[in-house]
Design a protein around this ligand. Structure first.
Ligand code: Z16
Length: 797
């Protein structure tokens, strides 16, 4: 049976469904329908086809009494959904044909869909890839998160400087979701705890309603579909009639406004936490609703609460939902008569925790007084967890320390399994942040190296390469990505190489056309496209990249008749609105671009472009067109990276450090197909002890000294000597991220890249070897690892 039989679909059916939805669901006549109307109609017609497999999956899970995975995440960075669904249902051709018969261009309609940007970066996108893999592997699962009214802010550049505006994806109706008004839980905050006959009783001062919205997530070839359930905050009382009657019309709306604030907006910081009351409320809001929901389902299915761990695996995506431990214990003790020991034991059997960073500023902690004010019962429960932990292990690690509640320690102690996201990162987790807890709980820490879904990050975003792969090794690789190693037999085959280059060049043309239309920028598509796309952060070192660009510009100017390899340096990424240095780096990149791009001497060799508002949809255009992937973080600081995987899979070799998953990527694609430079994590740690290292490194590098002198001299700032004093001061005086120490090594490695790029055969082989070697990085492999090692969950069938 093909997937089309399974979902009973032909192009004619689809066309009929689209017309019917346009008329009956959208209420529009085809002659008056806008692009937006067509998109709604197409989406609804596609959604219809997801419902059957979705129901069937729910039924099978229920009938087979299968264990369910609950993935709790503050962020799901989904992007657009139409293509996701057409790809997984394998109906792209049909959709194109049906829309054409209706006088519409399918691809124009697809482009009209706004991204669901309910995430900041890697962590949120990982959750979205995991949802795709869970459905593809037919593992019964729910994603639980927040239905933010405003996703990640939109980025604009004004005179090269980032400004932000609110994103508004929900201003139009989101046709992929089903509202579930009957699924709602009261979520409490504040108040005090009293005791009655030895039972704790929480008397909260504030209550909001968590109301469910479900989006089906269908897997490859519609084999299975799971649910993404997002919670929206609503008032328990819609309107304050008393205030209204008094003539206080603003006050009458207060309950509504207050409640909705909780799910109003995604916090835009990726790796710093601020300890804000609203953020804590968001975390408890969605975690509590999710735990109540899974307990209700367990009860509804008639299972004993004492068997919860046989039916439920809860994964905490970072510490954001770490309150799940105390919340589950609270419900078990206060509502189900468990003893504390029994409840702690049960919660631990259900919970797993994934750590995504070692950066100290990212490790969540809450002022104890704030925490105790918002969640008084949980605060008390955390004290009890801490006491039992100390009593059982003799460890002197505390959860509450120096007036703070530390969520990393809480998550660690409450989980039966703690994992890092790359081999190096997991080792460092053991050696650093959780050194002592690792000793107290040996074998609790394990590794699950991140992965990416090949359906979106190859099949869907790169039709040219998809076609070549299938022509070369047949189908099946889409859900068994390690079959890409079959490409290795063709790496030296001239016709394969030519076809591989043709695919890359198609993608570069597509990017060039997109940029021309969007920003009126013209790209030289024969130049190397050198791409760094990710959040802007000091540890990711976009400044290292732009400093190297300036040094290269100097060299070209000094010797304009040299044998230069033309390059286009492409940057993409947002800075957290409050992160001043990251914003300075953005401005510097834009200032350097303005100077260099207008230089007639270097123009044919070097161009810098930075399209604003990088997001998932933009990544889908940039990644397939990339020739060189910049993964240049200070070793020991990038937990994994996942953009590194997407670029390499799409035939873009890496220039990078031994950091995060770069280490494993290099092992899989072969050291000869990876441009390695820079200090190792251990060397970086040593270097920092070497007082005055950055000034010395700058002084011993003529190229770097010259570049910094130019910046200080106002070459890129219209003579303004102070515009970049923050960056310069940082580099000379601290340079914690070792830009100065890695600079010369990076510059030299880039010149090696230039030379190899001129050897077309060698370069093509390298790029194709990257594609062939990356199969292991499918998120299907990652999810199998979690299912086997952490969840004890199985594929159905
Ligand atoms: C995030 O995206 C990551 C870590 C973190 O603490 C918070 C956020 Cl929002 C990233 C890591 O920086 C990255 O290395 C990793 O690949 C990604 O999480 C997924 O694990």
């Amino acid at each position: 049976m093909t997937v089309h039989d399974k979902i009973a679909l032909t192009a004619d059916d689809l066309q009929g469904d689209i017309s019917r939805h346009l008329k009956l669901s959208i209420g529009k006549d085809a002659s008056h329908a806008s692009l937006h109307d067509w998109r709604m109609a197409l989406s609804l017609a596609l959604r219809d086809r997801v419902v059957e497999p979705w129901f069937a999956s729910t039924r099978k899970t229920y009938d087979g009494k299968h264990k369910r995975v609950y993935y709790l995440s503050m962020e799901f960075l989904i992007g657009r959904l139409i293509e996701d669904v057409t790809i997984n249902l394998q109906v792209e051709d049909m959709a194109v044909e049906a829309m054409k018969a209706l006088g519409q261009d399918y691809y124009e309609v697809v482009k009209e869909e706004p991204d669901a940007a309910l995430g900041n970066g890697g962590l949120g996108r990982l959750a979205a890839c995991f949802m795709d893999s869970l459905a593809t592997l037919a593992i019964p699962a729910y994603g639980y998160g927040i239905r933010y009214e405003h996703g990640l802010f939109e980025q604009h550049f004004e005179n090269g400087q980032q400004t932000e505006t609110a994103e508004g994806w929900l201003a139009q109706s989101h046709v992929w979701e089903f509202e579930r008004p009957e699924v709602a839980y009261k979520i409490h905050f504040g108040g005090y705890v009293s005791e009655e006959n030895g039972k704790a009783n929480w008397n909260p001062s504030e209550t909001v309603l968590a109301s469910a919205y479900d989006t089906p997530v269908v897997g490859w070839q519609a084999k299975w579909a799971n649910t993404l359930r997002l919670w929206a905050a609503k008032p328990i009382k819609l309107f304050d009639l008393e205030s209204f009657n008094r003539g206080d019309y603003v006050g009458a709306n207060a309950p509504e406004r207050l409640a909705r604030t909780i799910s109003r907006v995604l916090y835009p910081d990726d790796t710093t936490t601020e300890g804000k009351e609203l953020r804590l409320k968001q975390e408890y809001f969605f975690t509590s609703a999710s735990i109540k929901d899974l307990l209700r389902r367990h009860d509804y299915e008639g299972y004993d609460i004492r068997d919860l761990h046989d039916h439920v695996a809860i994964q905490l995506n970072d510490t954001h939902p770490a309150i799940a431990g105390p919340e589950l214990i609270r419900l078990l003790v206060d509502k189900h008569d468990f003893s504390f020991d029994e409840a702690i034991d049960m919660a631990r059997k259900c919970l797993g925790y994934t750590n995504h960073t070692l950066l100290p500023e990212a490790l969540e902690k809450w002022p104890a007084d704030l925490f105790a004010r918002i969640l008084p019962r949980h605060y008390r429960i955390i004290e009890i967890i801490q006491d039992r932990h100390i009593a059982a292990t003799g460890s002197d690690i505390r959860i509450i320390e120096h007036g703070n509640v530390k969520m990393g320690e809480l998550a660690f102690i409450m989980a039966h399994s703690v994992n890092g996201v790359s081999a190096l990162h997991s080792d460092l987790v053991k050696e650093t942040v959780f050194h002592d807890l690792n000793a107290a709980y040996p074998n609790r820490i394990l590794n699950q190296t991140n992965g990416i879904t090949p359906r979106r990050w190859l099949y869907s975003c790169n039709p040219a390469l998809r076609g070549l792969i299938t022509d070369t090794i047949g189908t099946g690789w889409e859900s068994d990505l390690e079959r890409l190693t079959d490409l290795n037999a063709h790496l030296d085959d001239a016709s394969f190489q030519e076809a591989y280059r043709a695919a890359k060049s198609t993608n570069k043309d597509r990017l060039a056309a997109w940029l021309q239309e969007r920003s009126d920028v013209t790209l030289d598509t024969s130049a190397m496209f050198d791409i760094q796309i990710k959040r802007i952060h000091e540890y990711k070192r976009q400044h290292l990249n732009i400093l190297e660009t300036i040094a290269l510009w100097n060299d070209i100017r000094d010797n304009p008749n040299g044998n230069w390899t033309p390059r286009v340096k492409i940057f993409g990424g947002k800075a957290a609105p409050g992160y001043a240095l990251a914003k300075s780096i953005i401005r510097l990149i834009n200032d350097v671009a303005a100077t260099i791009n207008n230089d007639p001497i270097t123009r044919e060799f070097l161009q810098v472009v930075y399209p604003e508002n990088y997001n998932v949809s933009m990544a889908e255009i940039l990644i397939p067109a990339s020739d060189l992937s910049e993964q240049i973080s200070t070793a020991g600081k990038e937990a994994s990276g996942t953009g590194n995987m997407k670029l390499s899979l799409n035939g873009s070799p890496t220039i990078g450090t031994l950091d995060g998953a770069n280490v494993e990527i290099r092992e899989h694609v072969g050291a000869e197909n990876f441009f390695l430079f820079g200090l190792t994590a251990a060397e970086a740690t040593e270097k920092r002890k070497d007082h005055g290292y950055s000034r010395r490194a700058i002084e011993s590098s003529p190229k770097l000294s010259r570049v910094l002198g130019q910046i200080a001299g106002g070459v890129f700032s219209n003579g303004d000597h102070h515009r970049y004093s923050d960056i310069l001061h940082n580099l000379y005086e601290h340079d914690y991220f070792l830009v100065s120490c890695d600079f010369d090594n990076y510059f030299a490695k880039q010149r090696e890249v230039d030379a190899v790029y001129q050897d077309v055969t060698r370069w093509t082989r390298m790029a194709a070897a990257n594609t062939a070697g990356m199969g292991w990085f499918s998120s299907d492999r990652t999810i199998r690892g979690y299912a086997d090692d952490i969840w004890g969950a199985k594929s159905v069938e």
